[in-house]
Ligand binder design. Structure first.
Ligand SMILES: Cc1cc2nc3c(=O)[nH]c(=O)nc-3n(C[C@H](O)[C@H](O)[C@H](O)COP(=O)(O)OP(=O)(O)OC[C@H]3O[C@@H](n4cnc5c(N)ncnc54)[C@H](O)[C@@H]3O)c2cc1C
Length: 444
């Protein structure tokens, strides 16, 4: 980094947090509360990362669908801290499934019993599989595929009719590569969320969406003395003597320590001093992305928050009707649909422009909801995110490094360390807490 400009703007020392998604925000808040001087670097011009908000026609809402579960203690704790707990709205929307050209409910146990593709024995085994996932240990599950484990416990028919659509909704074309540990954790998260007599999970959102959460978080960070460097993509992080040098273009600042909150392959690119084996490990962690369209409609499509699709000809992996949870009054009376396509990096959709994506997705939606139930599309927008979740393939746990620093003073936290299921805000905030506790423990 010789020759780069040393900035006098930020006094040397303190902790740098790289990445202003929920992981970086959570870590920065905790560090500041512990009395550390914190500088947060975010490449985009706003905080939030995958949880950020954007404009869709006349409304401002989450770029990707987000709900809170009642069991999300970390998320609810953050909302409490931001004085937003009173703005959480809860509901119990239904779940649908589109298969064999038909749409039917899979919301309750009674719906499951009516599933046409499954016999009584299949349904009994399905129930046993859920109990096994919820209460069984995880020994050996990291090394086995989800398909093998599910077929063993539920049988081939129940796998094809029930579990496969769930895996497709989460992982798209990569569903066959998921580990049994992944499906166990996914079932567990939903099972624990099913509280109360109805055994149906309640989903929550904050009135105003993540835009409100992120505005409050930004204010809380500034109030606690954090320096926010927005629009500042970090280009390298290097240990220099007892300090760590963080470069953004030509500007370099020195810190006591740094927490990176980026996917491991990106983190590896920023840290030239990593040893060969660690670098190879970080680079080998494969990510799945999402191409996610938002549609604003003038009326509802169905009462289902999630409709899983068991039809490989459809171009999306689920239909998410956000306004089955969110009061349309929060969206100026409109109805919000997301059409996500979880996609590996060689998926042909990455090469399509917005109008080709729109054409393909709408043709698919027509099949699930002919004529769109008469709804008019008022706005359409596509988000493309390459780094959403590490492919939860067997053996992933062995390749993901722990949170202890690979280079003194350089800590790496990431969604890949969330071993249990699909990354979500709650587990992300818990990881931030664990990382900050380890850092503070190491420096005290
Ligand atoms: C379609 C979808 C639906 C979801 N639904 C839910 C849900 O219902 N409930 C739930 O709890 N969770 C949900 N999630 C997951 C949740 O959004 C994520 O788990 C969480 O936001 C991840 O936060 P993060 O900080 O780890 O990563 P990110 O949000 O990816 O943040 C990383 C940040 O680092 C920044 N960055 C990258 N490179 C640099 C650099 N060189 N310098 C500086 N900054 C950099 C990026 O711009 C980004 O802001 C969903 C995610 C998606 C995609």
């Amino acid at each position: 980094m010789s020759g780069a400009e040393r900035s006098p703007a930020v006094p040397a020392g303190g902790t740098a947090v790289v990445g202003g998604g929920m992981l970086g925000i959570g870590a920065a808040l905790l560090l500041a509360e512990a009395g550390r001087r914190v500088t947060l670097f975010e490449r985009a011009d706003c905080l939030g990362g995958l949880a950020a908000a954007w404009s869709l026609g006349p409304v401002r809402w989450d770029r990707h669908y987000h709900v809170i579960l009642e069991s999300d203690e970390e998320t609810l704790g953050l909302l409490e801290k931001l004085d937003l707990a009173g703005r959480v709205v809860w509901s119990r929307p239904g779940t649908g499934c589109f298969a064999g050209g038909r749409l039917f409910p899979v919301t309750s146990a009674a719906d499951m019993l009516r599933l046409p593709a499954l016999g009584l024995v299949d349904k009994f085994r399905l129930g046993l599989t859920v109990l096994r996932a919820a209460h069984g240990g995880r020994r050996g599950l990291d090394e086995m595929t989800a398909e093998r484990w599910l077929v063993r416990w539920s049988g081939k028919r129940a796998y094809t009719a029930f579990w496969k659509p769930l895996l497709v909704a989460k992982l798209g074309a990569s569903h066959g590569r998921a580990s049994a540990a992944f499906i166990q954790a996914t079932i567990r998260r939903l099972y624990t969320a099913r509280r109360g007599a109805s055994k149906r999970e309640r989903f929550g959102y904050v009135r105003g969406g993540y835009a409100v959460v992120l505005d409050r978080a930004e204010r809380a960070l500034r109030d606690r003395g954090c320096t926010l460097r927005l629009g500042a993509g970090v280009s390298s992080i290097v240990r220099e003597g007892s300090r760590v040098a963080v470069a953004v273009g030509d500007r370099v600042d020195l810190f006591d320590d740094v927490i990176l909150t980026l996917p491991p392959p990106i983190a590896a690119r920023l840290c030239p001093q990593l040893d060969h084996d660690t670098r190879k490990k970080l680079e080998s962690i494969e990510y799945i992305g999402v191409i996610c369209a938002s549609l604003l409609l003038d009326r509802a499509l169905s009462g289902y928050y999630v409709t899983n699709v068991l039809d490989e000809g459809l171009p999306f992996t689920a239909v998410i009707e956000m306004t089955a949870c969110v009061d349309p009054g929060d969206l100026r009376g409109r109805h919000l649909i997301y059409l996500p396509r979880y996609a590996p990096w060689d998926d042909p959709f990455w090469d399509l422009d917005d109008s080709a994506i729109r054409e393909s997705l709408l043709a698919g939606l027509e099949r699930v909801h002919p004529g769109l139930g008469g709804a008019r599309i008022e706005a359409f927008r596509v988000s493309r995110q390459r780094f959403v979740l590490p492919l939860p393939a067997p053996g992933l746990a062995r390749r993901v490094p722990g949170i202890e620093p690979a280079i003194p003073g350089i800590w790496m936290l990431s969604s890949a360390q969330i071993r249990d299921g699909t990354p979500n805000v709650n587990d992300t905030l818990r990881l931030a807490r664990q990382g900050v506790a380890a850092l503070l423990g190491a420096v005290s």
